[in-house]
Design a protein around this ligand. Structure first.
Ligand SMILES: Nc1ncnc2c1ncn2[C@@H]1O[C@H](COP(=O)(O)OP(=O)(O)OP(=O)(O)O)[C@@H](O)[C@H]1O
Ligand SMILES: [Mg+2]
Length: 244
């Protein structure tokens, strides 16, 4: 059995260079950042770039309703409806409050059938579509279902294990209260962590991105300028002109 790590190129301009080639197949990556930092855009682009070269993908949206996701992403030129019709993309919408509320109630009783249903549904979709790239946005919506840290850690382990076992690359977004918020359980459990910063410099905010960890790999250890533009995300390898 080969133990060589297979890297999946993200296709996001400049990102693969700072990752050392891409994200490893079978890994769960946390993309963490504050509000509006660009988590959803980056994670969605990762899935869309895969679809555009024929790799099936899944978007799990826990906050933004499906229609909002379709409209927002159309602004970047990404036609998610078309990708769905071509059976390259599946959107699982868990944004309705009542879905999460019912899971939350049952989650108090040790996971509960609704939560298992959600994980099983995701697992079935990965198997039936052959999805390689996946996004869960945000992972907090999952973590918040648990009332104690032990249950949360155990269920996150279960979810991450299912994703890793299915040879996907999963980008799970994580909401942080501030750019330099303390590291979280989700980040410790994940195989890789990327943080996006949206710092106020003078009267403006500047986005930047840092690879915090990629277990067993030797990634770049700087913070790089990161931009969201009309065509999506872009990472700039040169840090010279930026003062973080
Ligand atoms: N076409 C565009 N050109 C430039 N910037 C854009 C464009 N569209 C969106 N943005 C920027 O992207 C930001 C939203 O990014 P995104 O939704 O990915 O952030 P997020 O980290 O997921 O936020 P949240 O925590 O609210 O979910 C907007 O606030 C805006 O600054
Ligand atoms: Mg978001």
């Amino acid at each position: 059995m080969s133990t060589k790590i297979e890297l999946i190129k993200t296709g996001i301009e400049g990102l693969d260079a700072i990752l050392g080639g891409g994200f490893p197949l079978g890994w769960v990556i946390v993309v963490a950042g504050g509000p509006g930092s660009g988590k959803t855009t980056l994670a969605t682009e990762f899935v869309v770039q895969g679809c555009l070269k024929g790799e099936p993908g899944i978007l799990v949206t826990m906050n933004e309703p499906r229609n909002h996701v379709l409209t927002t992403m159309k602004n970047f030129g990404w036609d998610l409806l078309f990708l769905e019709r071509e059976e390259l993309l599946t959107i699982l919408d868990y944004s309705a409050t009542n879905v999460l509320y019912s899971i939350h109630k049952q989650g108090m009783k040790d996971g509960g059938p609704s939560l298992n249903f959600m994980i099983d549904q995701l697992q079935d979709k990965i198997d039936s579509t052959g999805a390689i790239r996946l996004m869960i946005d945000p992972l907090n919506a999952f973590s918040f279902l648990f009332h104690d840290k032990f249950s949360m850690r155990r269920e996150l382990h279960k979810l991450f294990g299912m994703l890793a076992g299915r040879k996907t690359v999963s980008l799970t977004t994580l909401e942080l209260g501030s750019s330099d918020a303390p590291f979280t359980v989700e980040e410790f459990l994940a195989y890789g962590v990327v943080r996006i910063y949206n710092k106020k410099i003078g009267r403006h905010r500047e986005r930047s991105i840092e690879v915090i960890k990629l277990r067993g790999l030797n990634q770049e250890r700087s913070t790089y300028p990161f931009e969201i533009g009309a065509n999506g995300c872009r990472v700039y390898e040169s840090t010279e002109t930026f003062d973080f």
